[in-house]
Design a protein around this ligand. Structure first.
Ligand SMILES: NC(=O)c1ccc[n+]([C@@H]2O[C@H](COP(=O)([O-])OP(=O)(O)OC[C@H]3O[C@@H](n4cnc5c(N)ncnc54)[C@H](OP(=O)(O)O)[C@@H]3O)[C@@H](O)[C@H]2O)c1
Length: 361
């Protein structure tokens, strides 16, 4: 899909009326992000799929209804990025929140540091790029401040200190309220924090992708950073809806995601099936609820839940009001280890590091 196809400006319409009421908002767990001035729901709406790019296209009306459903469920944090649909996801979020004065009640997290041309992306976290990007995001989001601004990916060409300096200036200018980093390791995060205060870190984290447990998660716990865990459902794998017959259309990234290729796909499906049986037997819950609960029970986390249809958020109520004890976590580990004999991480998602690399990718 080209950038133009992914971002048809005339598709951005007025938000549709909610399809039905969601009134369970009061029950959602919350967490302070760096202090009492920023309190977020522990489930945030992820909008990559809403942008369409790498998810087989965007359904704008459904996207508006999903944002409405999310806020009705009590979600007050929406994660987006300029690159999601090359501006489209931010525009949808901005338009949806502009209605009914909802902007003030919702925290917007967006990102910078990726550049694109003809739908080919590469990293660029230079101060000049960041200064331009923030203004473009503010415009698309129909707002004059961003609540949490993340560096999307580290740029090997630009020293982290220079990038951090650009973020510090945005904070000083009042264009952003808080800083986050994404896909940075512990050492890179430490360097960034020497120059500018960081409140959140946004790494991949779910039952199947646990690389951060070695270093970044303990570091976040010790440093007071909140972890916005992305891919909490492992790109839908942990929803429980998939089978070996599941196919993905168009530019859907799961057509190349190594977890979704056979024979490995069947190993992951077997793990999902065993986890689903475990969740039902012990908690009366689905594997989807178990997967999100597990993320929330690992520390100071927020689960980023990617959704593009309102009904995909119906299970939120199933996630609240219980927790996993240590024996349950050990049994989950055993199931995962026994069923997935050739595990693979989320590394395939890393964008090209430079423009030159992007051209050959
Ligand atoms: N910082 C970064 O580099 C980075 C990278 C990745 C993601 N993120 C953020 O994290 C968010 C979440 O990650 P993600 O979207 O990649 O993955 P995810 O949340 O693990 O999975 C999202 C997908 O799961 C499926 N799904 C969700 N709810 C479902 C339900 N109730 N039943 C069945 N299927 C369901 C949907 O796919 P179908 O509609 O196809 O079924 C949805 O698009 C993103 O949207 C984005 O905001 C950040």
């Amino acid at each position: 899909m080209s950038a133009e196809q992914a971002n048809p400006r005339n598709l951005v319409q007025q938000p549709a009326a909610p399809s039905r009421p969601h009134s369970r908002g009061a029950d959602i767990e919350t967490i302070e992000i760096g202090g009492p001035d920023m309190v977020a729901s522990r489930i945030a709406l992820g909008t990559w799929a809403i942008g369409g790019w790498m998810w087989g296209g965007s359904d704008v009306r459904s996207a508006f209804r999903t944002i409405q459903a999310a806020t009705d469920h009590g979600i007050n944090l929406i994660d987006t990025a300029p690159v999601y649909g090359f501006g489209l996801a931010e525009e949808i979020v901005g338009r949806a929140l502009a209605a009914n004065g909802r902007r003030k009640r919702i925290l917007i997290a967006t990102k910078c540091g990726l550049e694109w041309r003809n739908a080919k992306i590469h990293r660029n976290a230079s101060p000049a790029r960041i200064a331009a990007e923030v203004d473009e995001s503010l415009k698309r989001l129909h707002t004059d401040y961003i609540d949490i601004y993340h560096l999307h990916w580290p740029d090997p060409v630009v020293p982290i200190e220079e990038t951090a300096g650009a973020f510090a200036k945005l904070l000083q200018d009042g264009k952003i309220r808080a800083i986050g980093v994404s896909n940075l390791d512990r050492e890179q995060t430490e360097r960034f924090r020497q120059i500018a205060p960081v409140r959140t870190t946004q790494p991949p984290y779910n039952l199947f992708e646990r690389e951060i447990e070695a270093d970044l998660l303990p570091y976040a716990k010790a440093s007071g950073l909140v972890v916005l865990a992305y891919g909490a459902l492992c790109r839908g794998l942990l929803s429980g809806r998939m089978s070996s017959a599941t196919r993905f259309e168009g530019d859907d990234l799961r057509r190349v995601d190594p977890k979704f290729q056979q024979p490995r796909f069947n190993q992951y499906l077997a793990a999902v099936s065993a986890l689903d049986a475990f969740a039902h037997k012990n908690f009366g819950k689905s594997v989807l609820a178990l997967a999100i609960r597990w993320v929330l029970d690992q520390g100071p986390t927020i689960a980023l839940w990617g959704a593009r249809r309102p009904d995909q958020l119906d299970a939120i109520a199933q996630v609240m009001g219980w927790s996993l004890d240590e024996p349950a976590k050990r049994e989950i580990d055993r199931i995962v280890q026994d069923t997935i004999t050739s595990p693979v991480g989320p590394e395939f998602m890393a964008p090209p590091q430079t423009a030159a690399e992007s051209l050959v990718a």
